[in-house]
Each structure stands twice: as structure tokens, then as C-alpha cells.
Design a protein around this ligand. Structure first.
Ligand code: ADP
Ligand code: MG
Length: 354
């Protein structure tokens, strides 16, 4: 339903967003994820019509709504917007806040408000003023207000950032269910990888104004396009490797990798959960456990390899290692990256030869 083609936005000499293309399907949830200052809010504002693009176009159902000559005003795009700072009208009651954007007769309005208060599970707060309800409740009401005029798209900019951790998780699940129930497409802007991964069908990863990768949360986690992406989304170990005649020489021995890929590979990326640890007492040791952090469901170790590099390894808490344990460590799954930090296709989860 929404398409952005080669969108760019400059502020003077600063390029906030450059060459971004994306498609959003009906009822789809996507997250725009990236570090602070990477251009997420600017991109959202370009889609909302709150900013005019320096280049590129935005289409809504195949009709251009932003471009060189065209700029459909935000209110005519019929998108619902939810921001970090709740932004309810302070002088209106909860029900009047929700009714604000609804067209139609008084009874139709009343009906819609009732329905939405029920949907956000807050019918008892109808008569309250915004300052009389909690932050989490205000954000639920903001969602109800955004949904009231039956928008085709909801745009959310870091909507959960001002809430404490527990509440944030609960509210994220609830709001996701509410939006899915209403069948409205949603774009969520966030710098929080867990939030992006748990909330959306698809994640668009941004860095320095550019789109690094777009894919399902699993694709981004399991097949990051760049080394930067591998450590922005999840924990990643980056290990130097070298091609030697017929195999890739790694801290875990020689790896069988196709020659064309192996020759280009400079860095091996391994997730902490993709290592296998065995006791290294029989002389096959290639690492020493340095620290052990036990956090309930997982155990995280820092292991110093023979070459002096330190890696992070996570595993079952039932295997209890202690510092200075000598271990034999292998990588069950890994990805190969070239000297520019880009992933080389065709090399994943290859087996270790010895
Ligand atoms: P994010 O939401 O990812 O934190 P923003 O889109 O807000 O990033 O900002 C991207 C870059 O553009 C930042 O360097 C920011 O300072 C700059 N920027 C954003 N809005 C403006 C503006 N109105 N004028 C000048 N610079 C801006
Ligand atoms: Mg922002």
C-alpha cells in the first residue's frame, strides 16, 4: 500500500536519509530499526508528509503523494500517528480525546469510542482527564485515538521509550494485538532491537541514513548483510581468518569453505550460541575460560583463544564451567565477511574439517 522510491532528505549539508526504497503491504507490520541519529524519524516524517523529500517519491496505493511537484498534506493521508510523549489533549477527557478525530453523528462517535475503550481494555477511564491516568494508560488511549478515524496506516515513533521495562513489554504485546485485530498496517520506529524483532513482520535496518538490510527478524539475525548489522542486532563474535592453500585457517582449525569465498573472507562471524564447548584437558585445548556469568536460563562465558582473541560464548546453564577451565571450542555455525565487512553468500554453517 505504501511505496517509497529512492527517498532522500538533506538538511543543509547534512544527509539525514539517502536513497531509501521500501514497500509496505496491507496489514503488514514493519519496524524501522537503527541507532539514534540514523534517520529513522526523518524517514517516518517523510512518509507522514511532515517533511518534503529532497529527492524520491512516496506512493499510496500506487498514487504519488510526495514528490517533486506533489505533497499531499498529512491530514489528507489519513494515517494515525503515535509518538513517544503520549500527546493526548490535556484539556479533553479520555473519551473526548478518542472522539476527536471521528466523523459522523454523535451516536456513531459514541459507539466508536465505546468500542475502542473496550479494545484497549480501559472502559472505566472514559471520564478521566489525561493527567489522572498512568503513562501506560495514556499510551493505550493514544492508540485508541489514532485508530478512531479508521486510518489505513499507523505510524509510531519510539512509542514505548518513556515507559519502564516491564510495562513496555506488556504494552508492546497488547498494542500489537490491538493493531492486528483492527487489521491496520503499521510502521514502528525504534532503536531497540528486541522491540523491532518482537513487534514486526519485517525489519528495515538503517545506519547513517541508509538502509542496510530489510527482512524478517529471523533473516536479519541469522543472515546479517554486514558486520555492523551482525553486532547491532544481537551479540556477535568477529574473528580474523586467513585463506591457506585449500582451507580457511581459523582459531578452531581449518574450515572447509568454497575457494572463491574463502579467498575473499577476512572475518568470521559467530553468534555466542553457535559454539560447541568440550573439556580440553586431553591436550586438544584451544581456549581458556576467563569469566562465567550465570543469568538463570543461560550461562555466558568469555573464552580466551590461543591467538589472544576473546570470544563470548553462551550455552546451557547445566554445563557449569569455571574460570581457568581449559576448553576445546568449535563453531557449529558461522558466516564469512569480506574486507569491507559485507557478507559473502554461499558460506554459512559449513562444517569444520578438523
Ligand atoms: P533518528 O530518529 O534515527 O534518531 P533523525 O531522523 O531524528 O534520527 O535524525 C537524523 C539526522 O538528521 C540527525 O543527524 C539529526 O540531527 C538530523 N536532523 C533531523 N531533523 C532535522 C532538522 N529539522 N534540521 C536539521 N537537522 C535535522
Ligand atoms: Mg527519532
Amino acid at each position: 500500500m505504501i511505496e517509497c522510491r529512492n527517498l532522500a532528505k538533506n538538511y543543509g549539508t547534512l544527509t539525514a536519509v539517502s536513497d531509501i526504497s521500501l514497500h509496505l503491504r496491507e496489514q503488514e507490520f514493519i519496524s524501522i530499526l537503527g541507532p539514534s541519529g540514523c534517520g529513522k524519524s526523518t524517514l517516518l516524517r517523510l512518509i507522514a508528509g511532515l517533511e518534503v523529500p529532497s529527492a524520491g517519491q512516496v506512493f499510496l496505493q500506487d498514487k504519488e503523494i510526495s514528490g517533486k511537484k506533489i505533497s499531499l498534506p498529512p491530514e489528507r493521508r489519513k494515517f494515525g500517528m503515535i509518538f513517544q510523549d503520549f500527546a493526548l489533549f490535556p484539556h479533553l477527557s479520555v473519551e473526548d480525546n478518542i472522539a476527536f478525530g471521528v466523523n459522523g453523528s454523535a451516536s456513531a462517535k459514541q459507539q466508536r469510542v465505546k468500542e475502542l475503550l473496550k479494545l484497549v481494555s480501559l472502559p472505566h477511564l472514559a471520564k478521566k482527564m489525561p493527567h489522572q491516568i498512568s503513562g501506560g494508560e495514556q499510551q493505550r488511549i493514544a492508540v485508541a485515538r489514532a485508530l478512531a478515524p479508521r486510518p489505513r496506516l499507523i505510524l509510531m515513533d519510539e512509542p514505548f521509550s518513556n515507559l519502564d521495562y516491564q510495562l513496555r513489554q506488556q504494552l508492546r504485546r497488547d498494542i500489537r494485538d490491538i493493531l492486528k485485530h483492527e487489521g491496520v498496517a503499521t510502521i514502528l520506529v525504534t532503536h531497540d532491537q528486541v522491540e523491532a524483532i518482537t513487534f514486526s513482520d519485517r525489519v528495515l535496518l538503517m545506519h547513517d541514513g541508509k538502509m542496510v538490510q530489510s527482512g524478517t527478524p529471523e533473516e536479519i539475525y541469522q543472515h546479517p548483510q554486514t558486520l555492523w548489522a551482525s553486532s547491532f542486532v544481537g551479540e556477535a563474535n568477529h574473528l580474523s581468518v586467513e585463506w591457506e592453500a585449500t582451507a580457511l585457517n581459523s582459531p578452531f582449525g581449518l574450515l572447509n569453505v568454497p575457494a572463491d569465498i574463502g579467498k575473499e573472507t577476512r572475518i568470521l562471524m559467530v553468534r555466542p550460541e553457535d559454539f560447541v564447548l568440550e573439556s580440553g584437558t586431553d591436550g586438544k585445548s584451544n581456549g581458556i575460560v576467563k569469566t562465567v556469568d550465570f543469568s538463570g536460563s543461560v550461562q555466558t562465558l568469555r573464552v580466551e583463544l590461543k591467538n589472544g582473541e576473546t570470544i563470548q560464548v553462551s550455552g546451557s546453564p547445566h554445563l557449569l564451567w569455571t574460570p581457568e577451565d581449559s576448553v576445546k571450542i568449535t563453531a557449529e555455525r558461522y558466516l564469512c565477511f569480506d574486507s569491507a565487512g559485507n557478507r559473502l553468500n554461499g558460506c554459512s554453517s559449513a562444517r569444520i574439517s578438523k
